[in-house]
Ligand binder design. Structure first.
Ligand code: PLP
Length: 428
């Protein structure tokens, strides 16, 4: 196979350079590669094709917008109708009063916007010492500057030299750990706490009972902004618009991306509560000197609006909650497999199966793929997060394919060498 010129994200190019899987087309939850082989999209690409593939309605909305206004910026007083409409619609859907919306082209840009906005907010209200940003071990917030620094997976921060100062991490499942960290730093030095409702790319970690309400109370008691990263959890993945509604807490900031456009075009952004927006919206001269060129891109906004229409009309927003039990039922039985140490599922349409030994993840992933189910490897686990349009039968197919791949791996040379008990042949 010819060498590739495409540098793949998060990929070992020494391996991938001659071993790419080229996806040719897609429809619904199905994908086809260049050779015509069919795969079930068990990960909704990267947790984002919430409405499924091949939506003509989004293509039509994009084409119509291209024909009218293909591109223009929104700096200064310039705007366009789709960007305004999208901002208003997201503000109305968000679980905050009178929120304002800053648009970006993805989650990483949204995180950097939220981090700068949090610090800038405190400077604007006369408390510039509040700079410190706390995030969670195992959390994932993208690969831009702040997102890299706030990411709770050490490997993703390593070998990039000095990162952004005044950031730190706490255990992902402990309210006390957050409280202790704020006490250590001094509340007057802390700007915001960044958290995903359910940690996604860091391994699918569900919040323990009471955790989300607990950290919200700690933030409120200490004046710390609660920044909820809903890039994966939003737009139906947890069964509501921004994921966080399940716990009834009111964040100060929310980042979103992925499912807002189902990835058909790059859209992301930050929802800012009125508390955070107010100094900028009321005080002339208090300017957020920050903004990516394509913020409020009219065609991207049109794609997002069409996607929101589909989510609403087809009742897909609640689907993540409706299917969470089905997904858990399909994957939880795998916990008895000799190569599985844990199955994490039960909140929303996302789950992870943790393997032991973790070195077998590539083999199990590859075998599932050979059987026509595409998933996502996450370090020691394999994640599942299909489009919200997936059927119960298709979820069962993911489960049975998973078991077949695990059994085959156990019987393979690698599996026999790695299996602690030497047990072969499926269930112990
Ligand atoms: C929770 C979370 N935040 C931020 C990001 C970064 O988004 P993007 O890859 O669009 O920059 C991701 C991406 O997976 C994410 O899962």
């Amino acid at each position: 196979m010819a060498d590739t010129y495409l540098w793949h994200p998060f990929s070992d190019m020494a391996v991938v350079r001659q071993d790419e899987l080229s996806i040719r087309r897609a429809d619904g939850v199905w994908l086809w590669d260049d050779d015509g082989k069919r795969y079930l999209d068990g990960s909704a690409s990267l947790w984002y094709v919430n409405v499924g593939h091949g939506r003509q309605e989004i293509a039509d909305a994009v084409a119509a917008q291209f024909a009218e206004l293909g591109t223009y910026n929104t700096f200064g007083d310039i705007t366009n109708e789709p960007a305004n409409r999208l901002a208003q619609r997201l503000s109305e859907l968000a679980p905050m009063e009178d929120a304002r919306v800053f648009l970006t082209t993805g989650g990483g840009e949204a995180i950097d916007t939220a981090a700068k906005l949090a610090r800038r907010y405190w400077a604007a209200v006369g408390m510039p010492s509040r700079q410190h940003l706390i995030s969670r071990i195992a959390g994932y917030h993208g690969t831009n500057g702040f997102g890299t620094s706030l990411g709770g997976m050490e490997a993703n921060r390593t070998a990039f030299g000095a990162l952004i100062p005044h950031t730190s991490y706490v255990l992902h499942d402990s309210v006390d750990a957050l409280e202790e960290e704020i006490r250590r730093l001094g509340a007057d030095n802390v700007a915001a706490f960044f958290m995903e409702p359910v940690i996604g790319a860091g391994g699918v970690h569900l919040p323990p009972e009471g955790y989300v309400q607990g950290v919200a109370e700690v933030c409120e008691a200490n004046g710390v902004l609660l920044m909820v990263d809903s890039v994966i959890c939003g737009f139906g993945r947890l069964g509501n618009w921004f994921g966080i509604e399940r716990w009834g807490v009111e964040p100060d900031l929310i980042t979103f991306a992925k499912g807002v456009s189902s990835g058909y075009l790059p859209v992301g952004g930050v929802v800012a509560s009125w508390r955070v927006a107010e100094p900028f919206w009321s005080e002339p001269g208090t300017t957020l000197r920050h903004g990516p060129t394509y913020s409020g891109h009219p065609v991207c906004a049109a794609a997002a609006l069409a996607n929101l229409d589909i989510l609403e009309r087809e009742g897909l927003v609640t689907r993540g909650a409706e299917l969470e039990g089905v997904l858990a039922d399909a994957l939880t039985p795998l916990a008895d497999h000799p190569l599985v140490s844990e199955v994490r599922a039960g909140i929303g349409l996302l789950a992870a199966v943790q393997l032991e030994p973790t070195t077998l993840v590539p083999e199990v992933y590859r075998r599932m793929r050979d059987h026509g189910v595409l998933t996502r490897s996450l370090g020691g686990a394999i994640a599942v997060s299909p489009p919200l349009t997936v059927s119960e039968e298709e979820i069962d197919l993911i489960g049975s394919t998973f078991r077949a791949a695990l059994d085959e791996t156990l019987e393979s040379d690698a599996g026999r060498m790695a299996s602690p008990s030497g047990v072969t042949g499926g269930r112990p």
